[in-house]
Design a protein around this ligand. Structure first.
Ligand code: HEM
Ligand code: NFK
Length: 278
């Protein structure tokens, strides 16, 4: 029999007593020590890991969207395209992840649902930050975080700045498009209302892509993002209906009915309306 392969023979480092290792760098002791099921149900581990991994991807999405916002503000569109493409890919990843959770049946979920108390994804501050950053703003959604002032502050900081869509519209204004008076509002805390001027600006851009290539490309990056985001909402509501039917949510909403209502939300409404006008 040949001797077992020894990676150190070709230089693999095997001693990490005084060196930074893989798990040191990644702080795996924290990440892998953070799964604490409250019940003995087999599927609770799946439920916890599904949510924790989603939150990690959302953290990256926030990092990318906030950088994209800064880039657009600085008229650096090409880097923003790269970041927005990555955000879409993150959502694609989150969309595929639903296939893992869908392997959990109502019987299996019922075994540990009571342990969740009144906690719910409705209280995910990172999800809310993504919605606020994209442009879907509703100050009522700050309330579940009132008991954590540092999270409220983070969400307030997002609301104090123009959203991704606001920045796209401000960019058009800087480039001579008439986007109406509301584009330059002082208070960014509310979702901007739809405007005929903004629609007309996108219409001009979509009618002459060669002339307005950068704005056209930005518009398509935004549509891509919303397309993937809508699929996430749809996957969520379908999984929810499959697992809890029309039961009320642990967060206190009507459950699947509330989530179906949320399917109607449009992040970048004029970008969808413009299609009808071309
Ligand atoms: C068994 C799986 C799941 C069920 C039954 C479920 C159920 C629900 C329900 C009923 C709501 C409405 C709020 C409430 O009253 O609780 C909700 C909201 C929410 N869930 Fe889930 N959910 C599941 C998995 C997930 C996963 C994996 C995520 C990923 C992070 C997630 C994130 C959210 C978010 C962000 C909201 C707020 C949505 C909004 O306000 O538009 N959920 N969920
Ligand atoms: N709202 C869910 C519970 C739930 O899914 C959940 C509970 C705690 C942490 C995250 C959750 N995920 C999404 O809402 C339910 O009503 O069953």
């Amino acid at each position: 029999m040949s001797k077992p392969y020894d990676p150190s023979a070709e230089g693999a480092q095997m001693s990490f007593k005084d060196r930074m290792s893989y798990s040191d760098y990644l702080h795996l002791e924290k990440v892998l020590d953070a799964q604490e099921p409250l019940s003995t149900a087999h599927d609770e581990m799946l439920f916890i890991i599904q949510h924790q991994t989603s939150e990690l991807w959302m953290k990256l999405a926030l990092h990318e969207i906030s950088s994209a916002i800064r880039s657009i503000r600085a008229d650096r569109l090409e880097p923003s395209f790269k970041m927005l493409t990555r955000v879409s890919r993150i959502f694609e990843q989150l969309n595929s992840a639903w296939d893992v959770l869908r392997t959990m049946t109502p019987s299996e979920y019922t075994e540990f649902r009571d342990s969740l108390g009144q906690s719910s994804g409705f209280q995910s501050w990172q999800y809310r930050a993504i919605e606020f950053m994209a442009g879907n703003r509703n100050v009522a959604m700050l309330r579940p975080h009132a008991h954590q002032p540092e999270l409220t502050e983070k969400l307030e900081a997002v609301l104090a700045q123009p959203s991704l869509y606001d920045e796209a519209i401000l960019l058009l204004a800087r480039n001579g498009f008439d986007v109406g008076a509301e584009a330059n509002k002082i208070d960014w805390r509310e979702t901007r209302s739809e405007s005929e001027e903004v629609l007309a600006a996108w219409q001009a851009i979509y009618r002459d892509p060669q002339r307005y290539w950068m704005f056209y490309e930005l518009a398509e990056k935004l549509v891509d993002f919303e397309d993937y985001f809508r699929r996430w909402r749809f996957n969520h509501v379908t999984t929810v209906e499959r697992i809890i039917g029309m039961k009320r949510g642990t967060g206190g909403t009507s459950g699947a009915s509330y989530l179906k209502k949320m399917l109607e939300v449009e992040l970048f409404p004029e970008l969808w309306k413009v299609r009808t006008r071309l």
